[in-house]
Design a protein around this ligand. Structure first.
Ligand SMILES: Nc1nc2c(ncn2[C@@H]2O[C@H](COP(=O)(O)OP(=O)(O)OP(=O)(O)O)[C@@H](O)[C@H]2O)c(=O)[nH]1
Ligand SMILES: [Mg+2]
Length: 302
């Protein structure tokens, strides 16, 4: 059999299920998932094998009308991820159908998709009846010439094997891009920061998740095989610090425990995780914060 390898970019509105699908394809959690929109902030690569094909999934931030510098940098990273891919998979939520956001992406695709291979994956099919699906498939295919349509549930795995088999055949012949046992392409300190941000996002309400960021400040290997990891949580206001800490520090304690457990499972070793919170009113305008997130600061220029 011939070896194949290439990049598959997943694009779509925030919450479409891009990260869930990435994890489903890789067979491990490499990208964080929450019920909130705008969870993924930069391009996350997850590697999956299918026969002799190596599929590098590029999970991207959701596409939406950006307002802040961070939003613009995220959206730029998403289109950038799609630009370099061998195949683009646009994900649409079955139960939401053709929203304003989907229309906006399709509009951009008219030009962007020129000369690119774009497939459609209607996700969350576990939430709708089949007649809704058929109508949506038809509607979307009338709006854009997708080269193939899949109906999937990224969460439950429905249709994912078919999608993967098809993608594997679409990739160009060539040597693998990553060692066979590598599943993610993100430095460990960033994965660790992402895990903490997920646990925080799941616990914090309203706007707070969008106004905080997590960075791994140091990572010290210990003689006993464990590691000490120190992370900083940046928030924008004094009041937010109190919310992150919680009553008698219970919120940050719970976050720290959940993040540590997941990190330990991911790495298969003991981790000592230490979290601190710092108020940084202007972090959204600080260049350094962007490079830590894997984003380009200048992409956020208005
Ligand atoms: N019912 C159902 N829920 C799903 C499915 N796939 C994903 N979800 C849920 O949808 C929500 C968003 O999933 P994500 O994978 O974080 O979505 P995303 O597209 O990466 O979102 P952003 O990173 O914000 O752009 C989560 O609560 C998932 O559990 C599915 O097939 N069925
Ligand atoms: Mg995501």
């Amino acid at each position: 059999m011939t070896k194949r390898a290439g990049f598959v970019a997943l694009i779509g509105e925030p919450n479409a299920g891009k990260s869930t699908l990435t994890n489903q394809m890789v067979g491990a959690k490499v990208s964080i998932v929450t019920h909130k929109v705008q969870t993924t902030r930069s391009r996350i690569r997850g590697v999956a094998m299918e026969g002799e094909s190596q599929l590098v999934f590029v999970d991207t931030p959701g596409l939406f009308a950006p307002r802040r510098r961070l939003d613009r940098a995220m959206v730029a990273a998403a289109w950038g991820g799609a630009a370099d891919a061998d195949v683009i998979v646009m994900m649409v939520e079955a139960h939401r159908g053709v929203t304003k956001g989907v229309e906006a992406i399709l509009e951009r695709l008219q030009e962007f998709g020129e000369g690119r291979r774009v497939a459609l994956a209607i996700n969350k099919i576990d939430r709708v009846k089949s007649d809704v699906l058929l109508a949506l498939t038809q509607d979307l295919n009338e709006r854009y010439p997708f080269i193939e349509t899949f109906m999937i549930s990224a969460e439950k795995g429905f249709g994912c094997a078919d999608l993967r088999t098809w993608l594997a055949k679409e990739l160009p012949e060539g040597p693998w891009l990553y060692p066979e046992d590598q599943i993610a392409d993100l430095p460990m300190r960033m994965i660790a920061a992402e895990i903490t941000r997920e646990k925080l996002t799941l616990r914090l309400h309203q706007e707070l998740p969008y106004q905080m960021t997590v960075e791994t400040e140091s990572w010290d290997e210990r003689k006993d095989g464990s590691a000490r990891v120190d992370q900083m949580i940046y928030v924008m206001r004094d009041g937010h610090k109190g919310i992150v800490l919680g009553n008698k520090g219970e919120t940050i304690k719970a976050v720290s425990k959940a993040a540590r457990e997941e990190l330990e499972e991911f790495m298969g070793r003991r981790i000592h995780l230490f979290l601190q919170v710092k108020v940084r009113p202007n972090w959204l305008e600080e260049k350094e914060r962007y490079s830590e997130m894997g984003l380009k600061f200048s992409d956020g220029n208005a």
